[in-house]
Design a binder for this molecule. Structure first.
Ligand code: DON
Length: 304
């Protein structure tokens, strides 16, 4: 498969189509990004690399990091995890409060904000130095020592995180948050602030294309079955109330973030990361989804 040729062809086609998305501005620091940025990076399980555009520029991966916090929490808690968070698609926006009241504080899945806050609480309970230990975990599985949090973005979100504060308080009232709210929120905002390039993102997620083994640390990060399950959760919940549409158009498990990044996994083949900051109405990268739809169409390959 000539990935370089296909990636370049689609990216060039998209340069000439209108971008109807809008950069996220509810986190003030995110709105300062140059919205014309566009990058793609594909890493195969044989460690071959193909890219286009701004693939080596760091951006805020935001909710994409929720898959990494979930992976670590799953490793630490195993099946006990599912007592506190579900595995069902929510069909609602990433920061919605609606279902939490009727679901007595148990989030539908770990990839919506409420679910990621519960996962953050679990990690705060397990880890001695939560922020330090977590970033070291990400560095280990990716083999990239320079991956880090962005304090500027974390502080900006902390200053404007009213909905997340509402979500965590509601869950605390139901007893599904065990630690001090400020400590969990600080961990969560830092988690969302992690910066990576498209290349780094595709490398970091490779363990989900290799059934749980990090090709960089050569360690098993997840059991084969748990790796399958995380891919299944991404397939059903990775794009919130657009998860069906992403599955329908692209046909790969994936995860988006409001920084405009998307990572998609083809188990046993590759991981592809796309970055384009303008978002559609559901909070997912407008051109990122268009690119991936064209990519699986041109390559005639998806998991289905
Ligand atoms: O908590 C928030 O709202 C953001 N830090 C992350 C949201 C996000 O990336 C949703 N993804 N599309």
């Amino acid at each position: 498969m000539n990935y370089k040729k296909i990636v370049t062809k689609i990216a060039k086609e998209l340069e000439n189509t209108p971008n109807k998305g809008k950069v996220a501005n509810y986190i003030p620091e995110l709105s300062t990004i140059d919205s014309s940025k566009f990058g793609v990076h594909l890493t195969t399980i044989q460690n071959r690399h193909f890219n286009f555009g701004n693939a080596n520029e760091k951006f805020s991966i935001q909710s994409i990091s929720k898959v990494l916090s979930l992976s670590l929490a799953y490793q630490l808690e195993d099946e006990k995890l599912w007592k506190r968070v579900g595995v069902e698609p929510s069909g609602t926006a990433f920061n919605s409060l609606i279902q939490l009241e009727t679901d007595i504080g148990i989030p539908r899945n770990p990839l919506i904000n409420a679910g990621a806050l519960v996962i953050s609480d679990i990690l705060v309970s397990h880890l001695k130095n939560p922020k330090e230990d977590f970033i070291n975990y990400v560095r280990k599985i990716s083999g990239i020592e320079t991956i880090d949090y962005c304090p500027r973005i974390a502080n900006s979100e902390k200053a404007s995180g009213y909905r997340n504060t509402a979500l965590i308080n509601l869950m605390k009232s139901f007893g599904n948050i065990k630690n001090d709210i400020d400590v969990v929120m600080d961990f969560y905002f830092n988690l969302c602030s992690i910066e990576m390039t498209c290349k780094e993102l595709s490398q970091t997620f490779l363990f989900l294309a290799t059934y749980g083994v990090s090709p960089y640390s050569e360690e098993r990060v997840l059991s084969k079955s748990n790796s399958k399950r995380i891919n299944a959760i991404m397939q059903l919940c990775g794009f919130y109330d657009e998860a069906g549409e992403f599955s329908f158009k692209v046909g790969l498990p994936g995860k988006s973030g409001v920084g405009g990044g998307i990572v998609a996994i083809y188990p046993n083949k590759y991981v592809i990361a796309v970055w384009s900051p303008k978002l559609n109405k559901k909070g997912n990268s407008f051109k990122g989804i268009q690119f991936l739809e064209k990519f699986t169409t041109e390559t005639e390959a998806s998991i289905f």
